[in-house]
Design a protein around this ligand. Structure first.
Ligand code: ATP
Length: 299
């Protein structure tokens, strides 16, 4: 059970929205698709779902193309939120779950469980248009998962949600993954992908610029960060050999170094200069990697 994209390209006239994307997403995996606006994420999702046909390349799930009759196995939260404004939440969810072959008693149970979980059980009889945008998004998320899909595609699931709701949704996707759902989601927010995904792909102008296991991507990036807080000036460290970038903060300095060995030389250099409150060697963040890799493509 796995989702495979092989050399997938999508052109709209002279625009190449997706350009030679190859991805392998194992069953039960939570996979993150990152990229700036217009990178090609939504187009990739629409091709996975069969809503668009690739210009070139193939997409398979369990070695077969995804077919319409498998729709009960697939859940999709589209980027454009599209519930019927005049319908009640209950009517909306029952309608969508029935399309996926569920029976009413099972729908009612799952629906109430999810509404309770998202702390909005009293919305069941409200019309969608009466709900705030963030709450409509929670209902649409429920619509995508109510039928317990095996493959769940979430386009920007966290956008527009307040921090409490972001956490509720994150916990929900983690639980779905634990129960064996394969999840692919897109985001502009590096920290969400960093927190949730073992594997990811950063797209830029339709092309994958970084792809693979998060740990491996970080390791092979090579560069590390050093954070130092001290009671003396650290300004001179911006010129220390092996320091690539330096950013002064209120408490100290944040350095990017070319290799972790540099941190030991820095430590030796500052050891007797005064009081050091914090000295930490950190992995590069996904944000550092994104900026460098996507920036490099711009040059
Ligand atoms: P965002 O983060 O802004 O949602 P995205 O990564 O999802 O962006 P896509 O929506 O896949 O990006 O768009 C990729 C490119 O393809 C863009 O340049 C977009 O203008 C173009 N595009 C998408 N759909 C169509 C279409 N139906 N016709 C023509 N061009 C399209």
């Amino acid at each position: 059970m796995s989702l495979r994209l092989e050399q997938v390209t999508k052109r709209f006239g002279s625009i190449t929205a997706v350009d030679g994307v190859t991805l392998h997403i194992p069953e039960g995996e939570m996979f993150g698709l990152l990229g700036a606006n217009g990178a090609g994420k939504t187009t990739t999702f629409r091709m996975i779902l069969g809503l668009l046909t690739p210009t070139e390349g193939t997409i398979t799930w369990n070695n077969e193309p995804i077919r319409y009759d498998q729709s009960h196995l697939i859940g999709y939260l589209p980027e454009e939120r599209g519930l019927y404004p005049k319908l009640k939440v209950k009517e909306q969810l029952i309608y969508l779950a029935r399309l996926r072959g569920m029976k009413k008693p099972a729908i009612m149970k799952e629906m109430m469980d999810w509404l309770e979980r998202f702390k909005v059980p009293d919305y069941v009889d409200k019309r969608v248009e009466e709900l705030s945008k963030g709450n409509q998004q929670k209902i649409q998320f429920i619509a995508a998962v109510l039928h317990r899909p095996k493959l769940l595609i979430l386009d920007e699931p966290f956008s527009g949600l307040d921090p409490v709701n972001v956490e509720l949704l994150k916990e929900a996707v983690i639980d779905l993954k634990r129960n064996g759902t394969t999840i692919v989601f897109s985001s502009h927010r590096m920290e969400h992908v960093e927190e949730l995904c073992e594997h990811l792909c950063i797209m830029h102008r339709g092309k994958p610029v970084v792809s693979g296991a998060l740990k491996e991507i970080k390791r092979s990036f090579g560069k590390k960060n050093v954070v130092i807080h001290a009671d003396f000036s650290l300004e001179e460290l911006s010129r220390f050999p092996g320091v690539l970038k330096a950013k002064q903060t209120a408490e100290g300095i944040h350095l990017q170094i070319e290799h972790e060995d540099v941190s030991q030389r820095i430590l030796a250099h500052i050891a007797n200069k005064g009081f050091i409150r914090k000295f930490a060697l950190e992995e590069p963040s996904l944000n550092d990697i994104f900026i460098e890799k996507v920036g490099a493509v711009y040059e």
